[in-house]
Design a binder for this molecule. Structure first.
Ligand code: GGG
Length: 353
């Protein structure tokens, strides 16, 4: 039997509720006996920070290294500055394990109203590939760099674009496009204004594209791509963008599909030297945390992505189909127009497995 060690890090707010939901679905599947998940849960996050002054222990990455995958919830809570919690946990894991490809499918579900879908529309379906190791998230810069008198503080935030980093994410996007019905990659920058790093990005994109003559390409500025998400979504298949641009675009995509709560993601170390991490795209949502109202679909979809990564494609597809069935039956949380609780949606997914 396939046996896997999984580290669960629910972290903060609704992360805890949706990780519990995803585990319920995975545990229902593993009870059938075709695979086994050995779970270990880590209490890292903003409560841990209040007690220890750090979001995760010093040797946290060493602890996680022995796992086959990491199943993550959400990070952030009003008691800790957002940049401290994000860099102290999620980004520490993503960058520490060189999870340089963040795959964020934009998924439309039956029964969920979307401003984009009309009755006669073809099915909409695209994937945002986020460069996850550098770009605007390189952490380069500083504050108080020049004394300019009272109210005159200066801060610098630099982006880092390397040829290696650009090339590997683009090849990843092209390879992904070859597995999809529509072989098309759109590359997104703001290279008219960001005249160094993003011009390098564009040049690498054109060079890599020559190795994929069977894949259609386009280079689009990020503002135009935002409009295209709304106005011509049927043109999209794979959208590859830098860390910040892809983060923003994928939130837009999931909102257009009905809710941020629907979006799943995989932070991949494609070389498999380190564990990959699977998490819903959404954050910790302090406003609804603890009320049983969180949409578990993004976390359950992330569990499916994790199974596919572990080689359990058939089981992953069963989860996807069960989510669609529960959604088509109208078992929906409030954010997508229903009144069901997190537990009710989870139970409906399990019943449809
Ligand atoms: N589950 C995703 C999550 O916790 N996101 C929190 C967040 O603030 N993310 C910003 C980012 O990763 O760019």
């Amino acid at each position: 039997m396939n046996e896997f060690r999984i580290a669960a890090i629910p972290a903060d707010g609704i992360g805890r509720e949706v990780v519990a939901a995803g585990r319920t679905v995975l545990d229902a599947l593993q009870a059938e006996g075709r695979f086994s998940l050995a779970w270990e849960e880590f209490p890292w996050g903003c409560d841990y920070y209040a007690e220890h002054g750090v979001m995760m222990p010093e040797d946290g990455l060493e602890v996680l290294e022995g796992f086959d995958a990491i199943y993550f919830g959400a990070v952030g809570w009003p008691t800790v500055p957002d940049h401290v919690s994000l860099w102290g946990l999620r980004l520490r894991i993503c960058q520490g394990f060189d999870q340089w490809a963040n795959v964020r499918p934009v998924r439309f579900l039956p029964g969920v109203a979307s401003p984009l879908r009309k009755a006669d529309d073809a099915e909409l379906d695209w994937v945002v590939v986020r460069e996850n190791s550098e770009g605007e998230y390189a952490g380069l810069g500083g504050r108080n760099l020049a004394a300019r008198g009272a109210g005159g503080e200066v801060a610098v935030q630099s982006s880092l674009f390397t040829e290696v980093g650009c090339e590997r994410i683009m090849r990843f996007a092209f390879d992904l496009a070859r597995t999809r019905p529509r072989r098309r990659v759109a590359s997104v920058t703001k290279s008219n204004a960001q005249q160094y790093g993003m011009v390098l990005w564009d040049e690498v994109f054109r060079r890599v594209a020559r190795d994929y003559p069977d894949v259609e390409t386009e280079s689009v500025l990020v503002d135009a791509m935002a409009a295209k998400f709304v106005l011509r979504p049927e043109d999209l298949s794979v959208v590859v963008a830098s860390n910040l641009n892809a983060d923003i675009l994928s939130d837009l995509g999931s909102a257009l599909a009905g809710s941020l709560g629907l979006a799943a993601s995989a932070n991949l170390n494609p070389e498999r030297r380190f564990p990959s991490m699977f998490e819903p795209v959404h954050g910790s949502a302090p406003d609804i945390a603890g009320r049983g109202a969180a949409n578990p679909v993004g976390a359950i979809g992330s569990a499916a992505l994790m199974l596919a990564h572990l080689g359990l494609e058939e089981e992953a597809a069963r989860i996807e189909r069960a989510v669609e069935a529960a959604s088509a039956q109208g078992v929906l949380t409030r954010d997508v127009g229903g009144s069901a609780s997190t537990d009710e949606v989870t139970a409906a997914v399990v019943a449809n497995l």
